[in-house]
Design a binder for this molecule. Structure first.
Ligand SMILES: [Zn+2]
Length: 129
């Protein structure tokens, strides 16, 4: 019997598992209250709520990791045309990325090379995979 890849849980430490269980209880409670779903609730309603909550968590994780990853581009970066180093622009470019779980704003640190009259986005290849 092959294992369904959708059932592959993350390896969490006992402390992380405890916090995860707290988050699950918090999200479940936001949908159905402290005492859980009422008697007439169908499993389909439960499943739809769980999926919606999962997409929300997925988008939040994508967003956090993308922001952390963008921080790698805080220093000067070489222009792809002339190799001259340039500091990032004050405002990053934000790309609305459509993910499996909905739209996630992907921060793209932006750079400008005046001699080459071009903008460049060294982190942009992240969105191409
Ligand atoms: Zn250049």
């Amino acid at each position: 019997m092959s294992k369904d890849a959708r059932n592959e849980d993350l390896d969490l430490t006992p402390e992380q598992k405890e916090k995860f269980d707290e988050l699950v209880a918090l999200l479940a409670g936001s949908g159905f209250g402290e005492s859980g779903p009422p008697l007439e609730t169908t499993f389909s309603q439960i499943e739809q709520f769980g999926h919606r909550a999962g997409r929300m968590v997925g988008r939040a994780i994508d967003r956090l990791l993308a922001e952390q990853h963008a921080a790698h581009f805080k220093g000067e970066q070489p222009c792809p045309t002339c190799d001259e180093m340039h500091p990032p622009n004050e405002q990053p470019h934000t790309l609305p990325l459509q993910t499996l779980d909905g739209e996630v704003p992907l921060p793209e640190p932006a750079f400008t090379c005046s001699p080459c009259r071009r903008a460049f986005f060294p982190s942009a290849s992240r969105a191409e995979d």
